[in-house]
Ligand binder design. Structure first.
Ligand SMILES: O=C(O)CCC(=O)C(=O)O
Ligand SMILES: [Fe+2]
Length: 204
């Protein structure tokens, strides 16, 4: 399936030993942002370089009958120019954003600097803010703006995009979701009861 949609992308997890990586990938334990059970704010996957991602494929290997929460949310990002306030659109297209990712509990970080929206290719890349009550796995700052203003810009943008419409997928065993990473943003609701074991492939 992944091969049919493009070339699968192998993303190394810096600073994690093989055993922990295997545990996270196969069991989805702990607070790992990708395979964990916690809230994951809206975002697109990958970057604008080596890990540029066209499709995200999620497959549910197992889910308990009684699982609650854990939905994957998807919102369309088509026609952004037509729906975002002009001042926000101007910032997204003319200022670089830098997202700092916390890779693991041992304090490894990675930073990415990119243009959030490139009109020529209608391509969006965005990592929306965590709620203030959560320990964030990522935070984004626009060049020339404070952390607080950057948060406001992204929160406004997220509100406009998700107000239009989004769908929430509740996982059952053997469900398969193929997400177009260039036309949508996605998020995860916290899993509050039971388990879901979802594996993922990204490809270009
Ligand atoms: O676990 C989910 O529902 C979504 C995970 C996700 O965003 C990802 O794997 O990129
Ligand atoms: Fe994702």
């Amino acid at each position: 399936m992944a091969n049919a949609l493009g070339r699968p992308i192998w993303v190394p997890h810096q600073g994690q030993d093989e055993a922990r990586r295997a545990q996270l990938t196969h069991l989805g334990l702990g607070d790992d942002p990708i395979t964990g059970k916690g809230l994951l704010p809206f975002h697109t996957d990958g970057d604008r370089g080596e890990y540029k991602t066209r499709y995200l494929i999620l497959y549910c290997l197992e889910a308990s009958e009684d699982n609650q929460g854990g939905e994957t949310l998807i919102a369309s990002t088509e026609n952004i120019a037509g729906i975002l306030p002009a001042d926000i659109y101007q910032i997204l297209t003319q200022h670089d954003a830098t997202t700092r990712f916390r890779l693991d509990a041992e304090g490894h970080f990675k930073s990415l600097t990119y243009r959030v929206y490139v009109p020529e290719s209608a391509s969006l890349m965005a990592y929306f803010p965590y709620p203030k009550s959560e320990t964030p796995h990522w935070a984004t700052i626009f060049s020339g703006f404070s952390a607080a203003s950057s948060r406001d810009i992204l929160t406004n943008m997220e509100e406009v995009l998700t107000k239009r419409s989004f769908c929430a997928h509740h996982w059952r065993k053997h469900d398969l979701l193929i997400i177009d990473n260039e036309k949508s943003i996605h998020a995860r609701q916290p899993l509050t009861h039971g388990y879901r074991h979802v594996v993922r492939v990204i490809c270009r």
